[in-house]
Ligand binder design. Structure first.
Ligand code: ASP
Ligand code: MG
Length: 418
């Protein structure tokens, strides 16, 4: 008999009927002979509504009070789910983050979990209970309530699975698992049966909205086998996410994703002397701006130009930093390009296979898509393209790397959001 941690998102517990369906899925796992800990998010769009409510009271809500407010959403759903499970004749008990002892750092609205106490959980499990835990929330060593950032319940579930040394953590969603790309763009897309933590993390970083990236990081760190599976088709096993050493890799590319939230900035005519890039990126780092792609190139007149991309959210502060630095750097012009998207292919199988980058570039060229910047890592190749070409690029790349399927993906509700 093992321990299984299950996680259900907001859409799965959106109304009483759905809460009963979740209760059945939980009981089914218990009937398989396992101890079950189930982590839930707030019902439906509760968190969005609470944020809206706070903004109606003040445009600058205090972050401690925001956490106090938002943590109530999950407290509602755990109580209701525990009642539903009990109504089917099983023992269940709900616990909030504080009761479990999900200890976080004291950073309101995006705290990281530092420790999970297991004694109370273990005791309740031994008493024969199904435990229903509030996702997304924790408590600081001083007893302050914190939340983990939007979509944080995935991370709560994986961290609890790691702490309890669970056999598996199952993340239930509206879709049947992880697809090789967004099925709204390519409906006839393959579902992935097995993918590595490394690939899943890269895909999450480059724009795939399946799992909260920190949940995958935690799963990787503690080697927790993770499944993304459908809450409508309980017999389907979905997608298994495990360590790369434990899997056979047949295909070079596991997934394709696009991110349209970046802006490209180009500084021209920078003097070609030591320290220029250090000064530029040092100042950006000091302003807490993370830079993604970077290209430096030497012009025929002996000056450099440096192009880089930042998240659109950081655009204003990037420009303020650059304006202050422009004279000191002796930069010529600052050019801005907002109509861009970064399209990436990810796959652990590309490590030992030459020519994957060339195949990507050729496929884009055949579709008349111009590449503005390129960056690579061991298991990822990204190309910056015009925003209007992003969807076509995804379609072309899915075809190029054999990720299409003969059947259409079954997408029930909204795709899971992070
Ligand atoms: N309820 C929180 C949110 O909407 C946490 C979660 O759903 O994972 O972001
Ligand atoms: Mg989610």
């Amino acid at each position: 008999m093992g321990i299984i941690v299950q996680k259900f998102g907001g859409t799965s517990v959106a109304d009483p009927q759905k809460i009963h369906n979740v209760a059945k899925a939980v009981i089914r796992e218990k009937e398989n002979g396992n101890d079950v800990v189930v982590v839930v998010s707030a019902m439906g769009h509760t968190t969005d509504h609470l944020i809206k409510l706070a903004k109606e009271v003040t445009s600058t809500p205090d972050s401690r009070e925001m956490d106090m407010l938002l943590s109530t959403g999950e407290q509602v759903s755990i109580a209701l789910l525990a009642m539903a499970i009990q109504s089917h004749g099983y023992k269940a008990v709900s616990m909030n983050g504080q009761q479990v002892g999900i200890v976080t750092e004291c950073i309101h609205s995006k705290a990281r979990i530092v420790d999970i106490k297991t004694d109370k959980l273990q005791k309740k499990i031994e008493e024969g209970n199904i435990i229903v835990v509030a996702g997304f929330q924790g408590v600081t060593p001083d007893g302050e309530i914190t939340t983990l950032g939007r979509g944080g319940s995935d991370t709560s579930a994986v961290a609890i699975a790691a702490a309890l040394k669970a056999d598996r953590c199952d993340i239930y969603t509206d879709v049947e698992g992880v697809y090789a790309t967004d099925p709204r763009i390519v409906p006839n897309i393959q579902k992935t049966d097995v993918i590595s933590y490394e690939e899943m993390l890269e895909l999450a970083r480059v724009g795939a909205n399946v799992l909260h990236p920190r949940s995958v990081e935690t799963a990787k760190q503690f080697n927790v086998p993770l499944r993304v599976r459908s809450s409508f088709k309980l017999d389907n096993l979905g997608t298994l996410i495990i360590g790369v050493d434990n899997m056979e890799i047949y295909k070079p590319v596991a997934g394709v994703a696009a991110d349209s939230s970046q802006i490209r900035i180009l500084l021209s005519e920078l003097p070609d002397i030591p320290g220029t890039a250090a000064k530029l990126f040092g100042s950006l780092a000091k302003s807490n701006i993370s830079v993604d792609m970077i290209i430096q190139s030497l012009a025929s007149n002996g000056t450099n130009s440096i192009a880089f991309t930042v998240d659109a959210e950081d655009f204003e502060s990037t420009m303020t930093t650059l304006e202050a630095l422009k004279a000191e750097l002796k930069a010529g012009e600052i050019l801005i390009d907002k109509d861009i998207a970064k399209v990436s292919i990810v796959g652990a199988g590309m490590v030992d296979r030459p020519g994957i980058a060339a195949d990507m570039f050729r496929s884009l060229a055949e579709n008349n898509i111009n590449i503005k910047m390129i960056s690579t890592s061991e298991i990822k190749i990204s190309c910056l393209v015009e925003k209007e070409n992003a969807k076509n690029a995804i379609k072309a790349l899915c075809k190029e790397f054999g990720l299409e399927s003969t059947e259409s993906a079954d997408v029930k509700g909204d795709l899971p959001d992070v």
